[in-house]
Ligand binder design. Structure first.
Ligand SMILES: NC(=O)C1=CN([C@@H]2O[C@H](COP(=O)(O)OP(=O)(O)OC[C@H]3O[C@@H](n4cnc5c(N)ncnc54)[C@H](OP(=O)(O)O)[C@@H]3O)[C@@H](O)[C@H]2O)C=CC1
Ligand SMILES: CC(=O)[C@](C)(O)C(=O)O
Ligand SMILES: [Mg+2]
Ligand SMILES: [Mg+2]
Length: 490
């Protein structure tokens, strides 16, 4: 097998990268009907598998699970996830021959082995689905030609796929049909019904491609969504403690600060997040984000380039072949950081205090969202896709940090995302460490301005203009108008 993307002509690469159509809510009028009466079997019951299955069952679909024999015999967590939620669970031989839609929600590193094992058991004319394009695009998996291959990819950690659904909302979702595998022309109907089943249609669905999804997903998760939140957590915590802030306070400010700050982002974009600051703090955060963008821009572009060329995938697959030694080493090292090891103090921090005492964190979020959006759109990814992957998903990742810090984030995201997050963190920490250290001690952990709120009018007008006119704000305003079911969580 070879990297599918690299076999394409430049014309086809750009065509596939550019496949991105925001779907109107009227296109989902048929609801889940295309899958009613169909047997849906999910392989794997982990972060995505369990939560997508719960949503789909709640939406009236017939969902069951198939797990590898050891998961069942050893009653591993995946077996407990499925059985404790009263799903039918069985072996491949028991469940797959009658499945109409087989959803592969196993780790990316296992996809070639899993798809090779399940394909012979799949009945003629059945459908195989993924929630990430890696196996098809980066590994070039070939699927039997009578099998329809689709993708329904939530732009969200598995836990929030469920939490947003329970709130009556959903998460933005990319759907695709593999052009090499749609023999009966039913791929899009199945993908749309599946997206409704998970609740994705309430947040926004893009008619996308396997290529557009995988290249944007890898970029978002490595940089703004997971990498920069990890780097920012560690550096801001160390800065505060070094400057005399009580460690428990510092821990709490970060653990819950990202969630609070980015909730403003989710509702009203970078503009609303910045408007939550006093004018002096807004100008300081703007200037800091511009400086951070200048320092980090080459790193964001390198990640985008390495993802586009396949260099990232080759590097990660070398670690797969080496028993994940890097992933496991970096995971252990993250657990040993002072931030991870310092419990959050049992104190009250008001919602506004997270902004007033978190100017540097706000600056990092602004810099990361804008840089990721810019790097993606400069490389052929369409604005809507880049928005979901950079801005809208950041608060969903921040929700995981609020639960159990970086441990929770790195547990809930995919191993692919976790690996990319560490790669970015290792490069970004030394890049911005000095900058963070040199910022004044009121940029994080202390109120930014105790004094007057006076600012220069001309400067404030220029700053507001720059914030509001970034392209991520323009597309965001349009996409958020369709998110009428979005609910407040902070
Ligand atoms: N995590 C996320 O938030 C997101 C993930 N995705 C994509 O969803 C897919 C699933 O990821 P995720 O939910 O994180 O995965 P998890 O690691 O959370 O779960 C993997 C599941 O697969 C099972 N499994 C592992 N190895 C094998 C194997 N060789 N054969 C059969 N089953 C196996 C595991 O059970 P056991 O080990 O007990 O057998 C577990 O149930 C990936 O393609 C990922 O890129 C997409 C969007 C977001
Ligand atoms: C949660 C999500 O969308 C990620 C980060 O892409 C993943 O876990 O792979
Ligand atoms: Mg993702
Ligand atoms: Mg991912």
């Amino acid at each position: 097998m070879a990297n599918y993307f690299n076999t394409l002509s430049l014309r086809d690469k750009l065509d596939q990268l550019g496949k991105c159509r925001f779907m109107d809510s009227s296109e989902f009028g048929d609801g889940v009907n295309a899958l009613i009466g169909k047997k849906i079997v999910i392989v794997g019951c982990g972060a995505q598998g369990l939560n997508q299955g719960l949503n789909m069952r709640d939406s009236g679909l017939d969902v069951s699970y198939t797990l590898r024999p050891t998961a069942i015999s050893e009653k591993r967590q995946s077996f407990l996830n499925a059985s404790e939620n009263k799903f039918k669970v069985g072996t491949y031989e028991e469940m797959i021959p009658t499945a109409d839609l087989l959803i592969n929600l196993t780790p990316d590193k296992q996809h070639t082995a899993v798809v090779s094992a399940v394909m012979p058991l799949m009945k003629k004319g059945s459908t195989l689905s993924y929630s990430h394009g890696f196996n098809i695009v980066e590994e070039g998996m070939q699927v039997r030609k009578d099998i329809t291959v689709i993708m329904v990819a939530p732009k969200s950690p598995g836990s929030e796929v469920r939490e947003e659904f329970k709130r009556g909302f959903g998460v933005p979702t990319l759907i695709a049909v593999h052009p090499e595998n749609d023999p009966e022309g039913k791929g899009w109907d199945y993908a749309k019904a599946y997206a409704v089943g998970t609740g994705g249609h309430t947040a926004g669905v893009l008619e996308s491609s396997f290529v557009a999804e995988v290249k944007s997903d890898l970029m978002g998760e490595q940089t703004i969504l997971c990498g920069l939140l990890q780097t920012g957590s560690i550096l801001c915590f160390d800065k505060m403690v070094a400057e005399g802030v009580e460690a428990g306070y510092a821990s709490k400010l970060i653990q819950y600060g990202w969630e609070t700050i980015t909730e403003a982002l989710k509702y009203g974009g970078i503009t609303n997040m910045m408007d939550r600051l006093s004018n002096p703090a807004k100008i300081a955060a703007f200037n800091a984000s511009e400086e951070l963008k200048d320092i980090m821009r080459p790193l964001f572009q390198k990640h985008m380039d390495d993802i586009m060329s396949g260099h990232f995938s080759r590097t990660m697959m070398e670690d797969w072949a080496n028993d994940d030694v890097n992933l496991l080493t970096w995971r252990a090292a993250t657990g040993e950081t002072a931030f991870e090891k310092t419990p959050a103090a049992d104190i009250e921090i008001s919602e506004q205090e997270y902004f007033d005492n978190g100017v540097l964190m706000v600056a990092m979020v602004k810099a990361g969202v804008e840089l990721a959006f810019e790097a993606m759109t400069e490389s052929g990814i369409i604005d809507e896709s880049a928005y979901y992957e950079s801005l809208h998903e950041t608060p969903l990742i921040a929700n995981t940090i609020a639960r159990k810090k970086l441990y929770e984030m790195n547990s809930v995201i995919s191993d692919t995302a976790e690996y990319g997050c560490y790669l970015f963190d290792h490069a970004c920490k030394p890049l911005i460490a000095d900058y963070v250290k040199k910022t004044a001690n009121n940029y994080v952990g202390r109120p930014f301005n105790e004094g007057s709120n006076g600012v220069d009018n001309k400067e404030l007008i220029e700053v507001n203009d720059a914030i509001r006119n970034h392209p991520v704000e323009e597309i965001g305003e349009f996409l958020r108008t369709s998110m009428t079911a979005m609910t407040k969580i902070v």
